[in-house]
Write a protein of this length. Structure first.
Length: 257
């Protein structure tokens, strides 16, 4: 995920090299091109540089924590694929869980973890909006730094996760196992590369929406993405519309949005 975000540095580096090889071209700021952008950006003339760049570490940590909580509880990376996938994922975790709690209790715990993760996601969106309102920073640079800080955070945690007492708690913490699963399986490796590029585009467009509109609009489009994926999967035959279960799921999801 964070490697994908760091890919946003590539066009930034290319632009930097290109501008140093030719005469600079002075373009009018966004506020002169679009009056609506001027209202949104306000007087954010301060450049995000120096130690202020570390402010982007806050949304990076929120992104890391929210994603980890969601995947750790459900055991599925694509938990938002569809409503039925969420149900199957929870069922799978329950079957594999070593807890002796009743089924209803475990489901409620799973739902709590998802809601808990949404708190970090919401914090990430709000902090990003506040940073981009106060400081002048392009979405590409912001996403790249978030990926860099997130990758550094994971590298710092690697020695802790590699401890036998920690890695035996869950296969998610078994780093050698995960590495070999990715390298030895071509489909997983190529899918990971494709996902990295998709994350770069997704976060860039998301921060662009946050900068020019609001974090609320970004959150709404991010939520509708789940419904779009489910509709596409229906058209491709990967999912089946089962009445009335699927109808209730769509209705509940619409109320959630």
């Amino acid at each position: 995920m964070f490697l994908g975000e760091m890919l946003c540095f590539l066009p930034v580096l290319y632009t930097w090299v290109a501008t140093h090889r030719q005469a600079p071209v002075h373009l009018p700021p966004d506020s002169e091109q679009d009056p609506h952008v001027a209202i949104k950006l306000g007087t954010s003339s301060q450049t995000l540089s120096g130690w202020k760049v570390l402010l982007l570490w806050i949304p990076a940590i929120c992104d890391l924590t929210g994603t980890t909580v969601s995947i750790r509880r459900l055991g599925v990376g694509l938990v938002g694929w569809s409503g039925s996938l969420v149900k199957d994922a929870i069922k799978e975790v329950i079957d594999l869980s070593a807890f002796d709690e009743p089924e209803a209790t475990q489901v409620l715990v799973g739902v709590f973890f998802i809601l808990f993760a949404q708190v970090f996601t919401a914090t990430q969106f709000v902090v990003e909006e506040k940073i981009m309102e106060r400081y002048s920073v392009t979405p590409l640079v912001a996403v790249g730094f978030e990926g860099l800080f997130g990758a550094i955070s994971i590298l710092v945690l690697f020695p802790v996760l590699a401890l036998p007492s920690v890695s035996k708690l869950s296969p998610f913490f078994d780093l050698p196992r995960g590495w070999h699963q990715m390298i030895d399986n071509a489909s997983v490796l190529y899918s990971g590369i494709a996902i990295a590029f998709s994350i770069a585009f997704f976060n860039y467009f998301g921060l662009s929406v946050t900068r020019h509109v609001s974090a609320t609009a970004r959150s709404l489009t991010d939520t509708c993405r789940t419904l779009s994926i489910w509709l596409i999967s229906l058209g491709l035959g990967w999912e089946k519309f089962i009445f009335p279960t699927s109808f209730l799921q769509v209705t509940g999801f619409s109320l959630l949005v």
